[in-house]
Design a protein around this ligand. Structure first.
Ligand code: 3PY
Ligand code: MG
Length: 265
């Protein structure tokens, strides 16, 4: 857990701002073997989405194991406010937790409390699988877990945008993850889902600047590969390049269309 490369160097890499911008898989299909397959591609990490994906705690724990087996750090997005799952997933070997809809200092503090051991928080002891995965003895795991795993607060509402500086100031919050879909719905008062507009870009750039001012990292959801490239150019430390379901269907559509093209030619 102390190296600067590999699965257990993830926290150091993302915090250093020198990762060059990571691209992560985003998986909602709740099959640990699917994680293993997708993790063979050149992703820097894998996110399991428990908020809108269909993972339960047992399948997510196994998904973390399969990601690690494939050599990739696994970060889990928990359901809204489910901070007890946050510490259980760290116990299972997650390298980080993304918490959706963190709208206030109170939300951010409750999240940090669940994911960090004292003196920063009140994470309860029991990282059996995490110690198996990392090979660390208990004392070393305890001494390093607060810095070697990351707590990432999602900014995706008007309230969160207004409180972004205060949220970034909460000790134990390591970085933010912006949800442009929810943010675009919130900023338009429900009128539109428009995550990839110039107006959104201005908001994203301003948030990157706030992260830099606080010495914290910035992550964001990109709806496809091209958008992920733009977001990396903008300076994000960690981006998504579309979700598993979309990538699976695009792969299938492209194979069918290639076959029909050859057949017709
Ligand atoms: C959003 O864009 O709102 C997200 O939560 C990313 O999935
Ligand atoms: Mg969202």
């Amino acid at each position: 857990m102390s190296g600067s490369t590999g699965i257990d160097g993830f926290a150091k890499r993302i915090r250093s701002g020198k990762s060059g911008g990571m691209i992560s898989a985003w998986i909602g299909i709740p099959d640990p073997l699917f994680v293993n397959h997708l993790a063979q591609e050149a992703f820097d990490a894998v996110v399991l989405d428990m908020q809108h994906g269909v993972w339960d705690i047992a399948s997510a724990a196994n998904g973390i194991g399969q990601g690690r087996l494939a050599g990739k750090p696994v970060v889990v997005r928990i359901p809204v406010g489910d901070f007890s799952s946050a510490s259980r997933l760290l116990d299972a070997g997650a390298s980080g937790i993304i918490a959706p809809m963190i709208n206030s200092v109170a939300d951010a503090s409750a999240f940090a409390k669940a994911t960090k051991y004292p003196p920063l928080g009140e994470r309860s002891w029991g990282p059996t699988l995490a110690m198996n995965h990392t090979g660390l003895p208990a004392a070393t795991y305890l001494a390093t877990a607060n810095t070697e795993t990351v707590a990432i607060a999602m900014i995706e509402t008007r309230a969160a945008l207004d409180a972004a500086d205060d949220i970034l100031g909460v000790e134990g919050i390591d970085g933010i993850f912006i949800g442009p879909s929810d943010l675009s719905i919130a900023l338009s008062n429900g009128a539109q889902l428009a995550p990839d507009t110039a107006e959104m870009d201005a908001v994203l750039k301003a948030l990157i600047t706030r992260c830099r001012a606080h010495g914290k990292f910035a992550c964001v959801f990109g709806s496809n590969g091209e958008r992920a490239g733009e977001l990396l150019k903008m300076g994000f430390d960690f981006v998504i390049a579309g979700a598993d379901t979309q990538q699976l269907r695009l792969g299938a559509a492209s194979a069918i269309s290639a076959a029909r093209k050859v057949q017709a030619g």
